[in-house]
Design a protein around this ligand. Structure first.
Ligand SMILES: [Zn+2]
Ligand SMILES: [Zn+2]
Length: 258
């Protein structure tokens, strides 16, 4: 068994569950402990198999609930030293449950292999991840400015992909953000647009890719239907039957077999 669920995703908070039969990991916990526990209960994932929380970068939409969950379940928080320096105050007292990882160096949590790699996003040491177990590979890339060669290389061969599809380019440019913020979002250190998400998929499409979950959609500069339709049109154009889903800010996806 190797499964994932996006517990929540969007600018107000992100958290992704990755689980084998007896180990589970949270990738970020940018929603409250209460919401995480509620989602896990509904998914029938026992809290006792949760082995740690991995933090991708210091922004609050990825860290908000992490300290409280770590303290309640007495589980470690895995974070890079630079990221920790920027969010220690948000995580609170972790006692001896702080575990450092180095971006670019794989490590194990329970029996799941975690491979963190650099993402271009405006944080001190932002990571995207590949998880491997039982010869299956999951890619989680929900905050990235643009799909670098490294991103394409690392996500290649994934069987399931949780991928940022943050904004529709036109909605962003016509929308209410001020000019500086528009430029930040669309820069190489901002967020991936719907069009860029399609471009990335076109580079890594392979017969083993079964499921794509579009994530981190902007509430203001995107619509779930727009993001879904653009990717679905592309997948149809290449006669792909990949299952396509859109993660939501307010409710979790079902458990997805990776
Ligand atoms: Zn961020
Ligand atoms: Zn984010």
């Amino acid at each position: 068994m190797f499964q994932t669920s996006v517990l929540a995703s969007g600018s107000k908070g992100n958290s992704v569950l990755v689980r084998s039969r007896d180990s589970a990991i949270l990738v970020d916990a940018g929603i409250s402990m209460k919401r995480v526990f509620h989602a896990l209960e509904q998914l029938k994932v026992p809290l006792k198999i949760l082995k740690g929380i991995i933090i991708s970068h210091e922004h609050s939409d990825h860290t908000k609930g992490a300290g409280a969950i770590s303290r309640r379940l007495k589980i470690p928080i895995y974070v890079s030293p630079d990221t920790y320096a920027f969010c220690a105050h948000k995580l609170g007292d972790l006692k001896d449950r702080l575990a450092y990882f180095e971006t670019g160096t794989p490590f194990e949590v329970g029996n799941i292999l975690v491979n963190p790699f650099s993402s271009s996003h405006d944080a001190i040491d932002s990571s995207n991840f590949v998880f491997e177990y039982d010869e299956k590979k999951l890619g989680v890339a929900i905050d990235l400015g643009y799909p670098s060669g490294l991103t394409v290389h690392k996500l290649s061969g994934a069987h399931t992909l949780i991928l940022e599809s943050n904004h529709d380019h036109e909605m962003l440019m016509d929308g209410p953000y001020d000019w500086a913020l528009k430029m930040r979002v669309k820069s190489n250190k901002g967020h991936l647009s719907n069009e860029q998400a399609v471009g990335l998929i076109s580079q890594i499409l392979h017969p083993g890719l079964k499921t794509i979950v579009l994530a981190h959609l902007s509430e203001i500069n995107n619509h779930p239907e727009l993001a879904f339709q653009l990717m679905q049109n592309y997948l149809h154009s290449v006669r792909s039957d990949i299952r396509l889903m859109v993660a939501s800010q307010d409710c979790h996806t079902p458990l997805i077999d990776i």
